[in-house]
Design a binder for this molecule. Sequence first.
Ligand code: ADP
Length: 482
Amino acid sequence: MNVLFVASEMAPFAKTGGLADVVAALPAYLHRAGHDVRVVLPLYDKVDTSKATFTAILEFPVDLGAHRYGCKIFRTDVGGGFPIYFVHCPALYARGSLYTSEGDEHRRFLCLQFAALMIATKLGFSPDVVHCHDWQASLIPMILKTLAKSDPVFARSRSLLTIHNLMYQGSFPVGIGPDTNLGSVAHLFHQDLMRAGRVNFLLQGILYADGVSTVSPTYAKEIQGEKYGGGLDGYLRARSTTVVGILNGVDYGEWSPDHDKHLAHHYNPFDLSGKERDKEHLLTSLGLPYHPNVPVLGVVSRLVGQKGFKLFDPVMFELLRKHGFQLVVLGSGEPGLEAMFATLQRQFPRQVCFYNGFKNDLAHMIEAGADMFVMPSVYEPCGLNQLYSLRYGTVPIVHKTGGLADTVTQWNPRSGDGTGFAFEHHDEAGLRWAIEAALATYKQPKHWHRLMQNGMAQDFSWDAQGKLYELVYGRLVAAGRH
Ligand code: ADP
């Protein structure tokens, strides 16, 4: 199959979260499986162009209503594999960050979408599936059914919209309408919403994509209910037969303790001695004392409301005092949460280290060096860090929601089954219970060893998950023939 990916992030070029990991690993899987897959991304000024050879291949303007943007397209091939096309348009993408709250945010990603389709047309690349990721690519299904309908390149193209996080919807004032170039088919925009003065890009994708997917089976169900539906649950329910949940896979080439290039010591399920030395290395490099029997809890996360760290105040303060464990936190985000972690560090200088920032090598070191990994997310579409934790023998402590519920099973000391600790209710008592249960189990080395082994034996590779996407693509293409 010919597959065109359109997305706003791809590791290692541009990353703020899990989307980037998926857009790197899934095309790589599809390429290995013999498909002709190509990815289109913005060339943000943050992209490190020294990581690969960038070749200019096309140049064209993109018109968005009354605005004209000169775009130059650069192609690069990662590891001799599939092509990535970068849309170079400094007027839109030289902003110092991937996302902004500026007045032209909608145009930044409309330009990406129109440029992606123009690249396909100009290269004569006829996609069987256009795989659109999040609101930044979610008008493409509608464009394919309208403006691009008579373009022979897209004659057999079907669209799949993958929602990585339903809470980011691309909702704009209706006044941006002319910039979408879709004025002639304005009746296809959600009319009640327009009357209320808004245009919602993600909703348009949900309405017009041939298929809709999200990144775990539980989240696929959750977003069809009011609690997690972000106001779009009714539309998702209406299309429930086309909404599927496919867990993200892990790129074990990058994330595996037996060959992780960011680790000082390697280890595997049969010889865990390297993990203990990674723990010592992690703590000493962060200026914390190392004691072999004191458990270390790790956190690597965007510090935003979704991730549930509000519960840490007061639970983490109490438990650090009561149990004397250590906590290593890597993340940045909302000032209130950053301040809370800074306070934790100040109050417990020998127990807590808060590294405020985004640092990939430290993320790997925490996965290896910590004993437990905490993810108290309010909701979590899939979550990658718990999957990394499992592979690194770092026991996840999670709120039972979305992808966390699908990938972490509660430890059962009687049967010896389970891979972590999962609390059901997102409240202080839930988090306290889960951390204390983990700490108690840590004191029983035989049980703890079994728990680590159970986690390390899990397989969330893309070889399994990629096949599920191939099935979805196949179904979409077959349905298009009728
Ligand atoms: P989300 O996409 O909601 O941020 P995921 O768990 O799906 O959450 O993916 C997060 C990804 O981003 C993981 O690869 C994680 O290691 C990485 N990450 C998050 N915060 C940081 C940080 N501060 N430094 C380095 N990597 C980070």
